[in-house]
Design a protein around this ligand. Structure first.
Ligand SMILES: [Fe+2]
Ligand SMILES: [Fe+2]
Length: 170
């Protein structure tokens, strides 16, 4: 896909923030709003999963979890900004997803590293598929589309990384 997943927080300039509400048809806007709300709440869940999976001892896995948490925080910010640029707001029920993420993160961590890694693979595989679906059926503006594509590449990178840990390769 050509995106550098080694960059976990791409540079964002002041001028990158734009008001985007004009131009799209109302049917497209409706689909985009639904898509952005879904992405925003799922990223909040992802942030909390990794945040709660991080244990205190220094290890390669814990380092990777901190990096993944940071990357998901970037995704969360990306979609939060996009919502406001279009004149929308995050869902008032997003805390439910946040709580679900914390429960999944903490629960999987308590069940051991393997379970935590499998949880990561499961969630990220679902995310990659969800991203594909939203990219396929919604007429995004070009900049939003490239952010979604970059974030999807990141999720794919997360799947690969957790699989490598499961194979014992990292
Ligand atoms: Fe993400
Ligand atoms: Fe991810």
């Amino acid at each position: 896909m050509g995106y550098d997943t080694g960059v976990i927080r791409p540079e964002m300039r002041d001028a990158d923030v734009r008001l985007r509400a004009g131009g799209a048809s109302s049917a497209d806007l409706r689909r985009m709003k639904k898509g952005l709300l879904a992405l925003h709440t799922l990223e909040l869940m992802a942030v909390n999963i990794y945040r709660c999976q991080i244990a205190r001892h220094p290890s390669a896995l814990n380092r990777a979890l901190i990096a993944a948490m940071c990357n998901e925080m970037t995704h969360l910010q990306d979609f939060q900004v996009k919502l406001y640029e279009y004149g929308w707001r995050p869902s008032p029920l997003r805390w439910v997803y946040g709580l679900a993420g914390s429960v999944l993160g903490l629960g999987s961590r308590l069940m051991g590293e393997k379970t935590a890694l499998k949880m990561g693979v499961w969630v990220e595989t679902k995310a990659v598929r969800h991203y594909s679906e939203l990219l396929g059926r919604i007429a995004w503006d070009e900049e939003t589309r490239s952010i979604i594509e970059k974030n999807q590449a990141d999720e794919y990178g997360h799947v690969e990384r957790w699989m490598a840990f499961l194979r014992g390769g990292e």
